[in-house]
Design a protein around this ligand. Structure first.
Ligand SMILES: C[S@@+](CC[C@H](N)C(=O)[O-])C[C@H]1O[C@@H](n2cnc3c(N)ncnc32)[C@H](O)[C@@H]1O
Length: 274
């Protein structure tokens, strides 16, 4: 079976994935001091600074679904954000991120929750910032995108910097980049066989599916960039697939579309042609 779909029940799968993240997040506690030191000087990636610079200069309130260790939240504050609310379903991740932000005196607040939905008020954020290993854990991007639209204020933005959906296909061979024979770009899921999410079931969304979920929800696409550089390189790992010939990450910027009549959350299939 080329698509690697896991045969077990979806609820069991999601529980196992959550458990895998609870265990992987132990790193945020074990390496608390090193991460605290990293957080003190934390900066966003150059592509993030370039696209988000003008938005962060307006001192936005940021919502960060799937916030993980929260280092990016410290970087968002350093770059101008007024506040960050992080959402994550790992108690370990949420606890470590909150402790770090408090210790540094940064206005970040963390909520323990499975997303979507986002447990915050409608129209309460200027920027939804997410990615770096987030979308692959969500089975349904339409529900996620509708929540993004609900929480954004008029003129608000969605920013995603994420692994390219083609990444599951690339082998980690050092001599030559190869396409894995056990993976398909169009599979719905595959089982992760690398750190940190070893054994967890990843959801696959093609680039078109991600863009269409965002635009169907009523957001206007402002930027879509594909990059050869992965958003993260595991320590000690080298792969030809990361050396410039293949897409390894993408960046998407979208805004609440205030100009298009009838914009807003629309369920898939509910749109009718004029
Ligand atoms: C790759 S990690 C961190 C991503 C984060 N942007 C970062 O750079 O630290 C993914 C995080 O998403 C969280 N997560 C995965 N699925 C989730 C869900 N459905 N609801 C809430 N958190 C989730 C995990 O607990 C983990 O902390």
């Amino acid at each position: 079976m080329i698509d690697g779909d896991a045969p077990d029940h979806p609820d069991t799968r999601e529980d196992r994935t959550r458990q895998a993240w609870e265990e992987a997040s132990g790193k945020h506690v074990r390496e608390y001091d090193a991460l605290l030191a990293e957080a003190r000087g934390a900066r966003l990636l150059p592509v993030e600074e370039e696209l988000l610079g003008p938005l962060l200069a307006r001192r936005p309130d940021v919502l960060h679904p799937q916030s993980g260790h929260g280092i990016d939240d410290i970087a968002l504050i350093a770059a101008g954000a007024r506040s960050v609310v992080g959402l994550d379903y790992s108690a370990t991740a949420v606890g470590a991120a909150q402790q770090r932000a408090d210790e540094l005196g940064r206005p970040c607040r963390y909520l323990l929750t499975q997303v979507p939905p986002f447990p915050v008020d409608t129209a309460s954020a200027d920027l939804v910032y997410t990615g770096k290993g987030a979308l692959i854990w969500l089975p349904d991007l339409d529900t996620w995108a509708a929540e993004v639209v609900r929480v954004l204020r008029p003129g608000g933005h969605l920013f995603v910097h994420e692994a390219h959906p083609a990444v599951p296909l690339w082998s980690w061979d050092e001599d030559e980049a190869r396409i894995r024979p056990d993976r398909s770009y169009f599979a719905r899921t595959h089982v992760n066989d690398t750190f940190p999410a070893l054994g967890a079931v990843e959801h696959q969304h093609t680039l078109a599916e991600i863009v269409m979920a965002v635009t169907r929800a009523g957001l206007q696409l402002l930027e879509l960039l594909e990059h050869p550089e992965p958003f993260w390189r595991p320590v000690g790992a080298r792969a030809q697939a990361w050396e410039g010939r293949l897409p390894n990450s993408f960046t998407l910027l979208a805004s609440v579309d205030v100009t298009r009549p009838g914009a807003g959350p629309v369920s898939p299939g509910a749109r009718t042609s004029a």
